[in-house]
Design a protein around this ligand. Structure first.
Ligand SMILES: Nc1ncnc2c1ncn2[C@@H]1O[C@H](COP(=O)(O)OP(=O)(O)OP(=O)(O)O)[C@@H](O)[C@H]1O
Ligand SMILES: [Mg+2]
Length: 452
């Protein structure tokens, strides 16, 4: 719903204009002086300001100037009973959308307002398109050649064409938000907003007003009307992240909203209808939450129309080299370096690590390694030490074949030394101690394995 702020020191005008605008389907807020108007403008999402020119102590021209300082794009239409050309010219120069002479015909005002709001929307749309380009780029950045990721990609393509609610599950850092964006930007809603809310980040009452908005005065601290994320996402996609954390009272309300696609703002009575594609994401096992009576079953079924499950990284090790190189390129570019590579040894380590934090953890590890590495090649010692701490000494031995003894022993020796160094934070005396060899013996072996 489009919201218009009407500013006029003649209260009668406020009443008449509010009635007219309401009849035209606009939501109106009124202020009878410029200071009050500024307070509203600072705290409320508006689509248009309609203001009188002659008011005191602060007049319409000054109000216009202050609005343009804060919100240069918000359209302002000036009303004046004094048809002086100079004032009108001044207002236009200061960035007014247009002006209208009092008294005016309803039809003139109707056209002017609808044109101003339309122009404003086109402008916002353009800004969103620029944003979208960045996000589209992001979709290209979902990396994965493994079978399970191919399944995920084809599901994203399929559901993008529908309006079905999608539940995205997967451990932390597996790319749930990335998948949600991919659905949005591959759907016909791509030119409309993609809005994400984390259900875990806010207390219950705040979350309710975040989702559905609130009217002015709905609760202490609600100094102005605020639109909720459902309203902001109208026409687009809403991601309810960490849906498993949503408090039970809100679960009831959410279910009702999803069924009817309309709601009231907190403290409000007007029913607002929206057209929103909903995606929910969680790293919890929602089925188990239902079994433990922590999540409503009816809501679970309503959300879980289509489930996309993102596999943990350790179940798709063949994606690791691709992801690693993708992040090396990304962070090298950001650090102003080019053509960085990863040593075979470091890559082997990355591929064998369990990655409890999944892709996010891998990206952070690479980011640090890019910053730490001295040359153009990322070596094992450039990788974060805390990764080593948990690394096990998996050695690729094939017991069915007879291996070359000296080579195999060398490999084992090298792995043991690396592990000891990692455990002792690279302090050689400690590492030697752990390995049960004298320090000079360790030094000789470090040299032999090129670990110095
Ligand atoms: N397949 C992928 N290709 C490229 N980058 C990825 C991939 N998966 C995840 N990422 C990157 O890893 C990081 C974590 O991804 P994202 O935020 O989508 O994870 P999440 O599943 O929502 O995690 P959480 O449950 O912790 O919120 C992001 O920077 C994302 O860009
Ligand atoms: Mg997330």
């Amino acid at each position: 719903m489009d919201t218009v702020l009407v500013v006029d020191d003649e209260k009668n005008y406020l009443v008449v204009l509010s009635a007219f605008l309401a009849q035209e389907g606009y939501e109106t807020i009124t202020a009878d002086n410029a200071e009050h108007a500024l307070k509203i403008i600072e705290s409320t999402d508006l689509d248009l300001v309609l203001t009188d020119m002659k008011m005191s102590p602060v007049d319409g021209i000054e109000l216009l100037g202050r609005i343009k300082e804060r919100l240069p794009d918000l359209p302002v239409v000036m009303m004046t009973a004094y048809g002086t050309v100079e004032k009108a010219v001044e207002a236009m120069q200061l960035g007014a959308f247009n002006f209208i002479l009092k008294p005016f015909q309803n039809e003139t005002l109707r056209q002017l307002i609808s044109k101003a709001i339309h122009t404003y929307k086109v402008l916002k749309e353009n800004q969103r398109l620029i944003h979208e380009l960045e996000n589209l780029y992001r979709f290209d950045n979902i990396i994965g050649k493994s079978k399970p990721m191919q399944v995920v990609f084809s599901m994203i393509q399929k559901v993008a064409r529908t309006k079905a609610t999608v539940l995205i599950t997967g451990e932390s850092g597996t790319g749930k938000e990335l998948a949600a964006k991919a659905i949005h930007f591959n759907s016909s809603r791509r030119n409309k907003p993609f809005v994400a809310v984390s259900c875990a980040a806010l207390a219950e009452t705040l979350l309710e007003s975040e989702l559905f908005g609130h009217e002015k005065g709905a609760f202490t601290g609600a100094a102005a009307m605020k639109k909720g994320r459902f309203e902001i996402a109208d026409g687009g996609t809403l991601l309810l992240d960490e849906i498993g954390e949503i408090p039970s009272s809100l679960q009831v309300k959410l279910l009702r909203v999803l069924e009817e696609m309309n709601f009231e703002r907190v403290g409000g009575t007007r029913t607002i209808g929206v057209d929103v594609r909903l995606i929910a994401a969680t790293n919890k096992d929602l089925r188990a939450e239902v079994e433990h009576n922590r999540f409503r079953e009816d809501l679970y079924f309503r959300l879980n129309v289509i489930n996309i499950d993102l596999p943990p990284l350790r179940q798709r090790p063949e994606d690791i080299p691709l992801l690693a190189m993708h992040f090396v390129n990304k962070h090298a570019r950001e650090a102003g370096r080019e053509n960085m590579t990863v040593s075979a040894e470091a890559m082997g380590f990355l591929c064998n690590h369990r990655w409890p934090g999944n892709v996010r953890e891998l990206e952070h590890a690479i980011e640090r390694a890019v910053l730490l590495s001295k040359g153009d090649e990322i070596k094992l010692e450039d990788l974060p030490k805390d990764l080593m701490r948990f690394a096990d000494l998996e050695i690729p031995l094939d017991w069915n074949k007879l291996s070359n003894l000296p080579k195999t022993l060398d490999m084992i020796e090298k792995r043991l030394i690396e592990k000891a160094l990692a455990l002792s934070n690279n302090i050689q005396a400690q590492a030697a101690n752990l390995l049960g060899i004298p320090r000079n013996n360790l030094h000789y072996r470090l040299k032999k394995h090129n670990l110095l």
